[in-house]
Design a protein around this ligand. Structure first.
Ligand SMILES: Cc1ncc(COP(=O)(O)O)c(C=O)c1O
Length: 369
């Protein structure tokens, strides 16, 4: 049976080969794997039984909140960015109590918001983007109405890594007294460690009421480990569900039984790497990103936008989709993004210099054929 499992597992692609260039996940840090195994049977859905795990979860939330300049924040380790965004919009909807609730989303918002709007019966109102693919704040302003329960900004869009002008969104949200949620699922563990760019995107901005930040992306925690953080503990009272038979009276997450192993894995990586370690990881990813960008430009490809985070997107003049298919033929997994007619590469920690060089070589060859 174990041999059979091994055989099946071998059908999965592995991050180690450096050919997965389309994923925002990566191989968990070795310490995350160790920590995860220690907490396999722990259930954060029943924290009275697993008080040690619950304490770890609180510590991870504090670590993330501190990084994002939050004071007295609360939150949970959830199944990923989708659930984190869901919990944020659920709070905002429940607080606002309007009959026909709307949420203002950038056109570049993650597709999880489509699911969430469906589930929560929220009408999405889309704001346009500027030339750098950041949400256009004047468009956001026009989208706000008396039915708006939340504005969403993204710090690190999934497709291009763009960072929305959260400072401007904060001003608009304050003016209209609307909840501002920042989806930093990806960027939350990149932006704080950039050395040559500064973005105001977190709880330093008064209107930011909730943030998504996923340790299973650039935090190298086990998959799945997502994070939702609220500025204020009052938020939780709007999403609490009574639990008739568990050790705690309430749950505050969509998922009921939740693994404590996720929290343990994120905690272990935080302690092991520390701020300097994360800076190094992000620094290396950014260096490799520049290598990709320079190599692509030198080979005559057009960058969709100068990379701000560790994501590069490019196109060619004679069929970008076909080129993505040819790359797949050589074992490279890149994303083709129809919306921008581009190929997108996410330079995660498993993507090293040698992979970038090998990719560029294969790319030039594929483009000739
Ligand atoms: C910006 C952003 N938000 C939300 C998500 C959804 O996260 P998950 O797939 O962990 O649910 C992603 C995933 O890539 C993302 O990039």
């Amino acid at each position: 049976m174990l041999a059979e499992l091994k055989r099946i597992r071998e059908q999965d692609k592995r991050y180690e080969g450096g050919k997965i260039l389309c994923s925002m996940c990566t191989k968990p840090h070795p310490i995350a794997e160790k920590a995860y195994r220690m907490f396999l049977s722990s259930n954060l859905g029943d924290p009275g039984l697993f008080s040690g795990s619950a304490k770890l979860e609180k510590e991870v939330i504090n670590q993330l909140a501190t990084l994002l300049h939050g004071q007295s924040c609360v939150g949970h380790i959830v199944s990923g960015g989708t659930e984190a965004n869901l919990m944020a919009l659920l709070v905002s909807r429940n607080i606002a109590q309007v009959r026909q609730p709307e949420v203002v989303l950038p056109e570049s918002a993650h597709f999880s918001f489509t699911k969430i709007c469906n589930l929560l019966n929220l009408k999405p109102v889309y704001a346009g983007l500027d030339n750098s693919f950041r949400v256009d704040s004047s468009s956001v302003e026009k989208c706000v109405s008396k039915n708006t329960v939340a504005i969403v900004g993204t710090a690190g869009t999934a497709e291009l890594g763009a960072v929305d002008p959260i400072e401007e969104l904060s001003r608009i949200a304050l003016e209209h007294n609307v909840w501002l949620h920042v989806d930093a699922a990806f960027g939350g563990l990149v932006i704080p460690f950039l050395t040559d760019a500064k973005y105001k995107f977190d709880f330093t901005l008064e209107a930011v009421k909730s943030m998504t930040v996923d340790p299973h992306k650039m935090g190298m925690a086990a998959i799945p480990t997502g994070g939702i953080i609220f500025r204020d503990s009052k938020a939780l009272s709007f999403i609490k569900t009574e639990t008739p038979y568990l050790t705690d009276q309430y749950q505050y997450t969509f998922v009921g039984t939740r693994t404590g192993a996720a929290a343990a894995s994120a905690w272990a990586v935080f302690i092991t790497l520390g701020m300097d370690g994360f800076k190094k990881v992000v620094g290396n990813c950014m260096k490799t990103t520049r290598l990709f960008a320079e190599g692509l430009s030198a080979a005559g490809f057009k960058l969709v936008v100068e990379p701000t985070l560790n994501i590069v997107a490019f196109r060619n003049s004679n069929g970008t989709k076909g080129l993505a298919d040819k790359l797949r033929g050589k074992g490279w997994f890149v994303s083709y993004v129809p919306r921008y007619d581009c190929i997108r590469i996410v330079v995660m920690p498993h993507v090293k210099r040698q992979h970038a060089l090998a990719f560029l070589k294969d790319l030039v060859e594929c483009n000739k054929k």
